[in-house]
Design a protein around this ligand. Sequence first.
Ligand code: NAD
Length: 489
Amino acid sequence: MSASLPHPLLHCYIDGQFVASDCYFDNINPVNGQKISEIAEANNRQIDMAVQSARQALKGPWGKLTVNQRCDLLHKIADRMVERQQEFIDAEIADTGKSLHQVQTIDIPRGAANFRAFADMARTHSGETFITETPSGEKALNYSVNKPLGVVAVISPWNLPLLLATWKVAPALACGNCVILKPSEETSSTAVLLAQVMDEVGVPKGVFNLILGRGKHIGDYLTSHASVDAVTFTGASATGQHIMRAVSQGVKPISFELGGKNSAIVFADADLDKAVAGVARSTFTNCGQVCLCTEKVFVHREIADDFIEKLKQQAAAIKIGYPKEEGVLLGPLVSKQHQEKVLAYYQLAKDEGANFIIGGGVPKFHDERDQGCYIEPTIISGLEDNNRVNQEEIFGPICHVSIFDDEDEVIERVNNTPYGLACALWTENVSRAHRVSPQIDVGLVWVNTWFLRDLRAPFGGVKLSGIGREGGKHSLNFYAEPVNICIKI
Ligand code: NAD
């Protein structure tokens, strides 16, 4: 086993205890294909215990805390995460092979920031009041109090493991719920560290439970559990469709953040160098494994040749290597299975007749990394908008570049997708930015930037990209529902 082990055996955390299991599966390092740890898969009895413990905790000391006491505890969680930051960084890199730069600047700091941000927002979140007057001259006071949903199942993906798990766990706890977190089977390590932090800072038992395991084995039992009150999920659209069927029996609240097939539009009036750097970043960050990443680029005919040449140069300059090596921006993809999926799309692009501007294969290192899950940053062109490669989410470091001639045309072509998550516009014309942005069928538009996030802003997608919005008051409105109280005066 590798020396960078976060822990050789990763266990579920249920009712305030780390518990062994009767079934373990291997955790593989995507850098070299070596086993780094074994992960306990929860069985149905353990899921029952976690759910019952969470339900019990709602009635215990946790349920009696004031909002400020709860939010103070969330700040303690954030403080302890910062104290143990290096362990979180090492664990995230071991599971994902992400570059140190990415983990140090985005994934881990955002984990702690999520707890602080939602704690501070929850302190001032208030209900509504109305004085009601009836035609017969009577009056009443209507006011609402925000009540937690109860036991919330949080199901999170592998691409930004700690960041996306805490994006849901933090507001759920801030609102007074108890949580069952089920992280991706590919990335359990930072979730185990988070459970340790919860334990260390004195989060009462049952408030935070961690269920590890493969989604296809244990997911249905959790999401259809009669004592789970709500399901909040980030992951693939197909999994979302499956979960929707599973929760339908219980008619539970759901929040879904799903897949994307995102475009960037580069207008002729764009600052070319900024646009090239921005599109390179939005395509290749985290090896293209961000739901918001660009997979389709539409560039105006007037600047297309220059743009494509410069984008190719940027892709060629990306350093691929060991995650902690100086200057490395791209590590491997998360797993062999995912590498095979992305390579199958590279092959499909060839079969569909794409022109490969750069990339299209697997880099050769002539060392242990050749057993890992590396892949080349890739730029293609020449396909129709309706080709599968331009319609399906690939989730790798690849974009297809097309040429457009006018604004209405490009809006229609960008909207020609079953997904609707994000879009980036590159233009120096402020009127155009305002005019085009609301016409794109997505939940998030960036202008002259990408992935610039304010945790108070609404986040989510339309069409196959999701249901509902999280972020700021949208998260607080999902994780606690108003009870209206009407008092006759
Ligand atoms: P995935 O759907 O395969 O897995 C996500 C989670 O669901 C994992 O924890 C998995 O174990 C679990 N799961 C799988 N089957 C389940 C079932 N039947 N019941 C319950 N849970 C089940 O997704 P992934 O491959 O981990 O993540 C990549 C996908 O997530 C991409 O499509 C990406 O676009 C999407 N994503 C979306 C957002 C967003 O905010 N919209 C953010 C990140 C990732």
